[in-house]
Design a binder for this molecule. Structure first.
Ligand SMILES: [Cu+2]
Length: 194
């Protein structure tokens, strides 16, 4: 009677020891390489005040596809209440905000035209909703871009910028309609590797 009881106890202790070692190794960062990440400090297009941040955290999906978690936060009074289009634009330049050029859309069939190829660009994201106090947060995940090097990397030769627009992104359901991707630019941040 005693022996059968001891066997499961020893087994449990043994598996616990392995699990504890793995947990400790994970906590210490051993065996888990840091995933590529990037960030941008967002400035108002008029006046240049700092109004928020954007972060880009890459991670592998269960199938090994690269996913990027994007988080955007703004505060202050620079942004009007309501939804605002958010995109990754094709050039790391914000002075003026138009210097960020069109939407990030690499590849042999690239079409960075903001309204003319929307919402099909690689850099198209989702609306940021700002409250009456000027505070807003947006969180989304995209598989259209990567932070790590490669054909979809937002840290390519000329870099990229995150743009928040004055208007909402309608995602252009009617095709090419002026302003359907958010219209004028409200804020911009150059994306830099972390
Ligand atoms: Cu845009």
């Amino acid at each position: 009677m005693t022996v059968p009881r001891q066997v499961p106890v020893r087994t449990q202790t043994s598996s616990c020891a392995v699990a504890c070692l793995l947990a400790a190794a994970t906590l210490a960062g051993v065996g888990a390489a840091a995933q590529p990440s990037a960030s941008a400090t967002l400035h108002a297009c008029e006046g240049g005040a700092t109004i928020g941040t954007a972060t880009f955290q890459e991670r592998p999906s269960g199938e090994g596809i690269k996913l990027v978690d994007v988080e955007v936060r703004v505060e202050g009074s620079a942004m009007a209440e309501g939804p605002h289009a958010v995109h990754i634009h094709e050039t790391a330049a914000c002075d003026p905000c138009g210097a960020a050029q069109g939407h990030f859309d690499p590849g042999p069939n690239s079409n960075t035209n903001p309204d003319g190829n929307h919402p099909f660009h690689s850099g198209d994201l989702v609306n940021l909703v700002v409250d009456a106090a000027g505070t807003g947060a947006m969180s989304t995940t995209t598989s259209r871009v990567t932070v790590s090097p490669g054909p979809l990397s937002i840290l390519d030769e000329d870099g990229s910028a995150l743009i928040i627009h004055v208007g909402a992104d309608t995602y252009c359901p009617e095709g090419v309609v002026a302003g359907c991707a958010g219209g004028a630019r409200a804020a911009c941040g150059i994306i830099v590797a972390e």
